[in-house]
Design a protein around this ligand. Structure first.
Ligand code: AMP
Ligand code: MN
Ligand code: MN
Ligand code: MN
Length: 277
């Protein structure tokens, strides 16, 4: 089974339309696919229409920013009802937080001599929400930095000019929205946060205590050792497992939809819970 339950369209910080992503997933022979834009479900309907046209199993999805111990973590909600009012209201709040953060980020960048950052970044984000990815692409286009890695390091994290924290809702609250919408919550890319493995395991354990259902053990470029480690945590903490590429589609990123290693224990995949309840 080829399962890709993590991807982004131009409704958040990806490049492609929801329909194009669904077609790519189909071409890559994915058996199950999910579009999981950051803090928005605006692309879900378009993805659903295309999945019915071409006949691919699409699961509804969203990747929600949340705070754990004052740090941002990402919780993927799968099998959610896009009409659910609790979820919609929560996502609206995060949309507002993003607009406010973008203004503060632009102010920070202006202090570093980068003018018109908000307007230039808004033009790249078009009608979609503003994310740090858009600020990063803007700074690359302006010739300030040459790649994503250096732009995040030099401008968009910590105490750097555009490093502005956002007061996302707590992980308990976010897991509550996902459950209210009938979905399952999955901790995204557990080894990609700026924390030690010990701390990451502690974070996963807290989220499990708050009712989180699973953890993403396979992501693009996961090594065998990383998969072994995160699968072990999932087993110890009695969490389901998931796999997702986190595809965004920027030309300067090499990740492909569906190019993922097998889950060590496919029977524990979150899709079983989503499909069978
Ligand atoms: P935001 O949710 O607006 O804070 O943006 C977070 C997004 O920025 C993530 O989902 C990634 O797509 C992207 N991102 C964060 N750090 C990096 C990095 N070091 N290199 C490339 N992309 C990154
Ligand atoms: Mn992203
Ligand atoms: Mn993420
Ligand atoms: Mn993502």
């Amino acid at each position: 089974m080829l399962i890709d339950l993590h991807s982004h369209s131009y409704y958040s910080d990806g490049v492609l339309s929801p329909a194009s992503l669904v077609r790519l997933a189909h071409e890559a022979s994915c058996d199950v696919f999910a579009l999981t834009d950051h803090d928005t479900i605006d692309g879900q309907e378009e993805a659903m229409i295309e999945s019915e046209n071409i006949g691919i199993n699409l699961i509804t999805g969203v990747e929600i920013s949340a705070l754990w111990s004052n740090m941002t973590v990402h919780i993927v909600g799968l099998g959610i009802d896009p009409e659910n009012e609790t979820l919609k209201k929560g996502l609206l709040k995060h949309k507002e937080l993003r607009s406010q953060r973008a203004i503060r980020m632009a102010r920070g960048l202006s202090g570093a001599g980068i003018n018109g950052a908000l307007e230039k970044t808004q033009a790249i984000a078009s009608d979609g929400m503003i994310t740090r990815t858009h600020f990063a692409q803007m700074l690359i286009q302006e010739g300030v930095c040459k790649d994503m890695k250096s732009v995040f390091r030099r401008y968009l994290t910590g105490k750097k000019p555009g490093g502005v924290g956002a007061q996302w809702e707590s992980y308990e609250e976010v897991i509550g929205w996902i459950h209210a919408a009938g979905g399952v919550g999955v901790i995204a890319h557990p080894l990609r946060y700026r924390m030690t493995n010990t701390k990451a395991r502690r974070m996963i354990s807290s989220l499990k205590d708050a009712g989180c259902d699973g953890v993403e053990v396979v992501t693009a470029n996961s090594t065998k050792d990383e998969i072994t480690l995160t699968s072990k945590w999932a087993n110890e903490l009695d969490l389901l497992v998931s796999s997702g590429s986190d595809f965004h589609g920027w030309p300067n990123q090499r990740i492909q939809i569906g190019n993922l290693q097998e889950l060590p224990e496919p029977s524990k995949c979150v899709i079983n819970k989503i499909i069978n309840g």
